[in-house]
Design a protein around this ligand. Sequence first.
Ligand code: TRH
Length: 384
Amino acid sequence: MNHSARTWDIFCTVVDNFGDIGVTWRLARQLVHEHGQVVRLWIDDLDSFARLCPSLDTALAEQQVAGITVRLWPRDGFPDDVDAAEVVIEAFACTLPDAYLAAMQRRRPTPAWYNLEYLSAEDWIDGCHNLASPQPRFGLMKRFFFPGFTAQTGGLLCEAGLFEARDAWQADQAAQAAYWQALGLPPRREGELRVSVFSYETDALAGLVDTWSLSATPVTALVPTGRALTSIAPLFDQALEAGTLVQHGNLTVKVLPFTDQPGYDRLLWSCDANIVRGEDSFVRAQWAARPFVWHIYPQDEGAHLVKLDAFLERYIAGLPAPQAATVRDLNLAFNTGGDASALWPDLAAALPALTQHALDWAKRQRAHGDLAGHLVHNAENWLQ
Ligand code: TRH
């Protein structure tokens, strides 16, 4: 369906890590490249952004990147001569600057204003997605836009053609061999498993490293630089940094530099299983259609464990009981710092079946449409 070329402002504050900018940058690109929208992305931390967008110039307060206007969102002194866009996204309940709120009030018709929420698989999301939240103080209306795993939610971010690109990559042995070689890895050995590890710190990694080292078949762990290394590095008697390749029994650990988002997709697509975290890498692992372990972003009072449970309940539905138990227990162990070592062999043994399950799951999720498409459609209905 063709939509008008609307103007959009997306506001993102980087709380910590890369998920906030990861999601908003992906959304901005999709709005421009797939829906012909005109997008400005306001971001308060260009250094974090530059990690996943190497062409960004962190010295510039305004620049064009991939067809998107990227603006530094200054902590003080937001410019008071900025016109509000037709559609305004405050990502993850960040607080819009007063000067911008005033610009929104001046605009006619007033903007379609969304709070883009964090992803959760909990049941209550269905009832809260797209709820209106009148803002009488400003004479404006805001809506809650919830990503999610059912047709009643805003869906998940997924680019057009992503599955085709993934399938082509996964079928192309030569491209994968060249990829591994470029990363400085030897060709795959007989029976070898390759696992990417992009998690937070967790004691569960010590058990996994043990199991992988003692495994009868070779295991290679691909670890992007970052927090997982804090848990892995003390297990080795040498420094681990981007480029390091270290052997421990039957385990090879390769530390990878942080790449852009398409580069990270290729890593997920190339591995037999992936350990991911937060929100965006968690979704990308699902699109990679490979078994994965999710290290959820830890919250106070174990709130994240409720969310983990809600997701697992949906994800393991339909799996034979022993495989369902393996996926559940491994995820729980990983997230509670428990002993994941005894669970890994069961996961490894079930990889073919779990890979098929991951493929089916991705197809079912994609059938709900995608978040950028739903947002464009929603905004169009609002503004017409
Ligand atoms: O970095 P995160 O831990 O972000 C988290 C979550 O979003 C969480 O919900 C939020 O509350 C918290 O931040 C503040 O994990 P996430 O969401 O997976 O984001 C990582 C991004 O980094 C994702 O877009 C993928 C990207 N990435 C690359 O582009 N290149 C890489 O090499 C790697 C490893 C990741």
